[in-house]
Design a protein around this ligand. Structure first.
Ligand SMILES: NC(=O)c1ccc[n+]([C@@H]2O[C@H](COP(=O)([O-])OP(=O)(O)OC[C@H]3O[C@@H](n4cnc5c(N)ncnc54)[C@H](OP(=O)(O)O)[C@@H]3O)[C@@H](O)[C@H]2O)c1
Length: 315
């Protein structure tokens, strides 16, 4: 099968699309014929070697955490899926391994693909959607009618955080640049602030939650815009906050957390249900082929994508 493979860490040029042996599946796994995957910033951070402490340095390495495709084989003990099922997933297998024509996936992070979406659209959802919902629900204990500020509202995580916060009953203010204001409003934001014109943390508006999805503000700055018991969330580690450890950390009011989470099919199913009910939609910046994976990484590295950069693996 064809895959985008790394043999060392480095620039985009270390990523080569070539033929490699088909992956084998074990008990509790499915082999998925990948129709589409997408780029998350963690992919190019891993490619550059800055995440090696966490994800290791076993080469050849195949990146890619998200996919949408069709079940091609089921492993021992798998009863929820059969060959031919359309699924989407956030891989929890080693380094992701979805930049490939086939991916082995643990069924605990696989659910039926929302029927409304194409494979390219479905592949854009899992990692960012799960980051958005886990941040708001688990790390910030979001309640209906609370006021949420989403910084980076036009990005991969931000476009879903705005919609998910609205689905959970919040009043949402999105922060983005002028060119993306209409998009963020169309996602349901009650107010939109252009970060080049106004400091969203200096409006006098007290927030229950500040979700800095792009890690551009300090905790101290955000604290000034939060109610005393309000929660600050960041996706990029900054000083003076706690690391939210799933299953161990209990949310406490008035704190700041680095959002960390464990992917589950149950959470992915919540996203799929919202999509099927018309309450959540993907935002696609661009679509590249697997052969164009280097271009797709370079686009993500601009850090100005609008929504998700998708990689179409097959027609
Ligand atoms: N902890 C976790 O589990 C986790 C999960 C997912 C992502 N992350 C991390 O979170 C970060 C964001 O991920 P992502 O996928 O959302 O990235 P992304 O899609 O690349 O974000 C791009 C967006 O950021 C916006 N942006 C850039 N500078 C901004 C600023 N100063 N103020 C407001 N918006 C700004 C851009 O809007 P404009 O073009 O309008 O500026 C663009 O729409 C990455 O560092 C990623 O590695 C962490």
């Amino acid at each position: 099968m064809k895959a985008a493979v790394l043999d060392e860490f480095g620039s985009v040029d270390v990523m080569q699309v070539r033929d490699i042996p088909m992956p084998a599946i074990g008990a509790g796994q499915v082999l998925v014929e990948v129709y589409a995957t997408n780029i998350n910033p963690i992919d190019w951070k891993m490619r550059e070697g800055t995440m090696a402490m966490r994800y290791g340095d076993d080469f050849p390495m195949i990146l890619g955490w998200d996919c949408s495709g069709v079940v091609a084989e089921v492993g021992e003990g798998v009863t929820d899926f059969k060959v031919g099922d359309e699924v989407f997933a956030r891989s929890d297998v080693s380094t992701g391994r979805c930049y490939a024509e086939f991916a082995e996936l643990n069924t605990r992070t696989v659910v039926p693909k929302p029927s409304k979406l194409s494979h390219e659209e479905a592949a854009s959802i899992p990692l960012v959607g799960l980051t958005a919902i886990n941040g708001l629900r688990s790390c910030a204990n979001l309640q209906p009618d609370q006021r949420v500020l989403v910084i980076g509202a036009s990005g991969g995580v931000g476009t879903l955080a705005v919609q998910i916060a609205k689905n959970m009953g919040a009043h949402v203010t999105g922060v983005c640049s002028e060119k993306n204001m209409d998009l963020v409003a169309s996602l349901g934001a009650d107010a939109v602030i252009d970060y080049n014109k106004k400091d969203a943390l200096q409006t006098g508006e007290p927030y229950d939650i500040v979700y800095d999805t792009v890690g551009v503000r300090t905790y101290e700055e955000a604290r000034q815009a939060l109610k005393t018991d309000g929660t600050y969330l960041t996706l990029v580690p900054v000083p003076n906050i706690d690391f939210f450890i799933p299953g161990q950390t209990e949310w406490e009011p008035g704190k700041g957390y680095f959002v960390a989470w464990t992917p589950t099919a149950a959470d992915l199913q919540i996203l799929a249900d919202w999509i099927n009910e018309g309450q959540l939609r993907p935002v696609i910046d661009s679509v590249f082929s697997l052969d164009e994976i280097k271009k797709a990484h370079l686009k993500s590295q601009t850090e100005h994508a609008v929504g998700k950069i998708v990689v179409k693996v097959r027609d």
